[in-house]
Write a protein that binds this ligand. Structure first.
Ligand code: MG
Length: 290
């Protein structure tokens, strides 16, 4: 089997914390896969670094080789058992983010008195980070309209930034993040691929929601887990096809190895789809579990 770099979102992708059921064997098969010398793992999440570490222990997830947290704004690589922050990435982001704290940007946005900000409320202090300003919005609001309203307000301030909208289906609330223009999940994953010497062709990304879309619709092989919402599936499909990149997106449907395609079963189904040389190993591991 060729080397494989698995980059996966956590909440409702690897972590089964949604409404749908998890196939009983799925996380165990993923854990086996992660122990192969050919396989490297990165967790790519909106969580902060401490909340990522907490999730690894609470959900008994394999120790990853890398953690990309705060929606692509911080990168950690494990060396001799310790996670060390990639300072080069922080330096790249600092060049396009002139704020000491994200609340400085919030104040500037509020000073414009733009109505685009009215539906937004600040997330808790522990969910803000050096390069990420995060808001909640109510689930009835149109996420795309909110994102474009915030972008227009940023334009008025002559400040360029990445704005990402996402829905937390379980907590029934919208999430909107403002990040440095150089940051996104996709850019962070590309930085890691080049830093670690992996290839794009031997990388797979898995996710479930709006803040995974930029990777889903890119040239990187990507799998949308079966428990993703219909609207995210439709948007990923539409955008990847409009860019002629439909071949690099796979939507898990369930059925592979008798599993349902939700969460880690979807990741495994995606690995089998893009990397058939892993099929025999996955089948054998599944049989051992039975
Ligand atoms: Mg998620």
């Amino acid at each position: 089997m060729k080397p494989l770099f698995i980059c996966t979102d956590l909440d409702r992708t690897l972590i089964p914390n949604g409404h749908e059921a998890e196939s009983p064997m799925a996380r165990e098969i993923f854990r086996h896969l992660s122990t192969l010398p050919e396989v490297s793992i990165a967790y790519v999440t909106g969580r902060s670094f401490p909340l990522t570490i907490e999730a690894i222990s609470r959900f008994e997830l394999p120790q990853p080789d890398c953690i990309v947290c705060d929606v692509g704004t911080r990168i950690f690589v494990r060396q001799q058992g310790l996670f060390l922050e990639d300072e080069k990435w922080s330096n790249i982001l600092a060049k396009c983010w002139p704020f000491e704290t994200p609340l400085e940007l919030d104040q500037k946005l509020r000073d414009t008195s733009c109505t685009a900000l009215t539906p937004l409320t600040l997330q808790e202090p522990e969910k803000q980070s050096r390069f990420k300003l995060s808001y909640y919005f109510q689930i009835g609001e149109n996420s795309n309209q909110l994102v474009s309203g915030v972008k227009q307000t940023l334009d008025m301030l002559s400040f360029e930034a990445t704005v990402v909208g996402s829905i937390d289906e379980v907590k029934r609330r919208g999430l909107l993040d403002i990040l440095p223009i150089a940051a996104s999940k996709l850019r962070a994953v590309e930085h890691l691929i080049s830093k670690l010497g992996h290839s794009h062709e031997q990388t797979i990304f898995s996710g479930d929601s709006g803040n995974d879309l930029d990777v889903m619709i890119s040239h990187l092989p990507s799998v949308l887990v079966a428990n993703a919402s219909t609207s995210v599936k439709e948007e990923a499909h539409r955008l990847s096809h409009s860019r002629n990149l439909g071949q690099s997106l796979y939507v898990a449907t369930g059925g592979y190895l008798g599993m349902n395609g939700n969460y880690s079963a979807g990741i495994i189904e995606g690995v089998a789809h893009f990397f058939p040389d892993y099929n025999a190993y996955l089948l054998e591991t599944c049989n051992e579990q039975n």
